[in-house]
Design a protein around this ligand. Structure first.
Ligand SMILES: Cc1cc2nc3c(=O)[nH]c(=O)nc-3n(C[C@H](O)[C@H](O)[C@H](O)COP(=O)(O)OP(=O)(O)OC[C@H]3O[C@@H](n4cnc5c(N)ncnc54)[C@H](O)[C@@H]3O)c2cc1C
Length: 367
């Protein structure tokens, strides 16, 4: 059986970022992925937005790693000449009640370390974005967009250049805990022995933790799956910044917003509904929700909205729950030393990926 120092399960953006960070100093590392390529799940089914960090509770991992990750991601993209654009974003208030929410974002954003927030009057919003319907807006300059596929491709290349390996088509089905380390068994009959195991299995990360003997229910880390769909429009033009409504008051999602991709195409979404299967087929029964949400901040006609893509969030927050943070834990205290679980890695996981990787390295160094 092959013996490897560190195995990372999952070649999504977060698993690859961790592998990239750890293999800088220890290339005796393998990333194992059940699909035929990297990023076949959540990391390529999302808004591709580099978030600022004002949505998350102050002091939480989501807030800290998003703010740090925002800077790290722009640095990385520039250093490697990867396509991105610091578009900025405007959160629009469309009623008096929502003005207070913009103030809350400024307070929380400032406490979280975000910079450059600017409250705008309706006229100022319309100078920047003439098509936006609102009574006021909040301009967030550090928000941007990037190409997640090229980001992951670069991470995968760097992992291999640093001497580590990525193995595809290898589905982890069993974890045996040894007195020191783990034996990992895969659906194709292969097995590896490792000292350190990083579980970055995205939508399945809680199930993988369960394979290692972690009691996910008593720790409250069983994931919910929450789907989000997008509609696109090829008719709208002239919008330069991302436009968001204020977020859903329960904090389950950010509200059906307008994003622009690097090709200048306009998308609306994602919405949010809990599901019990990983099924990426598009459900058109949510059309009215999209149409009415978008029309609160932008004039669109029905025929302009065309079904696009969808993704599924691995969430710790259930439909009735409040804010839940990322769960990133070295599991010695739960009987699994040298296992790091990353669970509930929903948004802002892409923005935070490089900062998450640094945080995981610190957890390992502090063992
Ligand atoms: C609709 C939507 C919009 C989003 N928008 C944004 C955004 O704009 N900005 C932002 O910062 N974040 C956003 N996010 C969040 C972001 O996409 C995720 O946080 C991030 O992609 C998670 O990366 P990951 O590597 O943890 O998961 P994944 O990309 O899902 O990777 C996990 C990998 O593990 C593999 N795997 C699982 N089980 C096994 C196994 N048993 N054996 C081997 N391999 C296994 C899977 O095949 C998968 O490739 C969004 C998410 C969604 C769903």
């Amino acid at each position: 059986m092959e013996k490897i120092d560190t195995v990372v399960i999952g070649a999504g953006a977060i698993g690859l970022a961790i592998a990239h960070e750890l293999s800088k100093t220890n290339p005796d590392l393998v990333v194992v992925e059940k699909e035929k390529s990297f990023g076949r799940h959540t990391s390529s089914r999302n808004s591709e937005v580099i978030h600022a960090g004002h949505y998350y509770d102050t002091g939480s991992l989501k807030a800290r790693l998003c703010v740090e990750g925002n800077d790290m991601l722009y640095d990385f993209l520039e250093r490697h000449s990867l396509p991105h654009q610091k578009t900025g974003k405007i959160i629009v208030a469309t009623s008096e009640d929502e003005l207070k929410i913009l103030d809350d974002y400024i307070q929380r954003g400032t406490a979280n370390g975000c910079k450059g927030f600017e409250l705008l009057t309706q006229e100022e919003v319309n100078t920047l974005e003439p098509q936006a319907k609102c009574i006021a807006g909040l301009h967030i300059p550090s928000t941007g967009i990037f190409d997640t596929h090229l980001f992951m491709e670069k991470l995968a290349d760097l992992v291999e250049e640093q001497g580590a390996f990525i193995v595809y088509d290898n589905d982890l089905i069993e974890i045996e805990k040894l007195s020191a380390g783990y034996i990992l068994r895969f659906a194709n009959g292969e097995a590896y022995q490792c000292c350190t195991l990083i579980n970055s299995g995205g939508l399945w990360a809680d199930q993988i933790a369960g394979l290692a003997g972690i009691d996910i229910d008593s720790l409250g880390i069983r994931q919910y799956w929450c789907k989000g769909q997008y509609y696109k429009s090829t008719k709208i033009s002239g919008i330069k910044r991302l436009i968001y409504p204020v977020a859903d008051p329960k904090g389950i999602f950010l509200g059906i917003h307008l994003t622009i991709n690097l090709a200048g195409e306009i998308r609306f979404g994602p919405n949010a509904f809990y599901v019990d299967a990983i099924d990426y087929r598009f459900d058109e029964s949510y059309f009215e929700e999209f149409y009415s949400s978008v029309n609160r901040y932008l004039e669109v006609i029905r025929e302009e909205l065309v079904p696009d893509d969808c993704g599924i969030r691995p969430k710790l927050q259930g439909p009735q729950d409040g804010f839940r943070d990322f769960y990133i834990s070295e599991e010695s205290c739960n009987g699994c030393p040298n296992l790091i679980n990353l669970i509930g890695m929903e948004s802002p996981g892409l923005t935070a990926a490089l900062a998450i990787a640094k945080y995981v390295k610190t957890l390992l160094n502090n063992r």
